[in-house]
Design a protein around this ligand. Structure first.
Ligand code: KIV
Length: 280
């Protein structure tokens, strides 16, 4: 395999071959290195950054500069994965010119390969203006955290036939507007399956069942690092937090006891030089 990054074409072909796509979030250089080395095809610099890294209650406080700052680190840390950066709240909803300018800043300043926008028909103009400029766009339907207030909270979306029908239509509208991929969050599996089957672009699910073309999870959930509420759809694959806290407890204890640092961690100077320094 070449050292080049995955492309939108690779993802299209993976869907055609029915090969599942693995995506995970990352927000910094060491995490990007780690998930890239592990072999994910997609890294999402999600605005979940607000909760899992910056300690906010939701994603609304995350700014364009926050996303650019973290996006740059992720691009520097990864070699093969296709990096998508979330466009934060109010950076694409006001007007299409703003949307293009802000998407352009993300791509130019971070070196990421694409941007992700939440919404359906209401953001189609923004998707069109960004894709027309040649920037790959990933859509996001279902539970869209930037509009959680309007959706009545962090709830499964599409159990109601009217909402499900609109999601089916929105997915086609987003594909037609030029998006290369779509995230479906917190959607009944039957609806996610129907949407995945009706689109030619890959659908990446989170809490959307196993019939999507790929899956995405938040890194801190996968690794057991987030202490906030854990949604039903999360599977934790490691107990990293316990291991990390234990490491720091051991460090504190050795500092207090004087057993760290050991001689192998010291630097030594010659007795002659020391004598010169000490003489009055
Ligand atoms: O911000 C994020 O991490 C996301 C994923 C949950 C898809 O949008």
């Amino acid at each position: 395999m070449s050292a080049e990054r995955f492309t939108t074409l690779d993802f299209k072909e993976m869907k055609q071959r029915k090969e599942k796509i693995a995506m995970v979030t990352a927000y910094d250089y060491p995490t990007a290195q780690l998930v890239d080395e592990a072999g994910v095809e997609f890294i999402l610099v999600g605005d979940s950054l607000g909760m899992v890294v910056l300690g906010y209650e939701d994603t609304l406080a995350v700014t364009l500069n926050d996303m650019i700052h973290h996006g740059k680190a992720v691009v520097r840390g990864s070699k093969k994965a296709f990096v998508v950066v979330d466009m934060p709240f109010l950076t694409y909803q006001v007007n299409n010119e703003d949307a293009l300018r802000n998407a352009g800043r993300i791509i130019q300043e971070t070196g990421a390969q694409g941007v992700k926008l939440e919404g359906g028909l209401e953001i189609v103009g923004a998707v069109k203006s960004i894709t027309r400029a040649g920037i790959p766009v990933m859509g996001h339907l279902g539970l869209t955290p930037q509009s959680a207030g309007q959706l009545g909270g962090f709830k499964v979306q599409g159990k109601d036939p009217r909402v499900a029908k609109k999601m089916m239509e929105d997915s086609l509208v987003i594909e037609d507007a030029g998006a290369f991929s779509l995230v479906l969050e917190c959607v009944p599996w039957q609806l996610a399956k129907a949407i995945s089957e009706q689109l030619s672009i890959p659908v990446i699910g989170i809490g959307a069942g196993k019939f999507c073309d790929g899956q995405v999870l938040v890194y801190h959930d996968v690794m057991g690092l987030y202490t906030g509420k854990r949604p039903k759809f999360v599977k934790q694959y490691a107990e990293a937090r316990n291991e990390m806290v234990k490491g720091i407890i051991d460090y504190i204890s050795e500092v207090k006891q004087g057993s760290f640092p050991e001689e192998k961690h010291f630097f030594t100077m010659s007795e002659e030089v020391l004598a010169m320094v000490m003489e009055e």
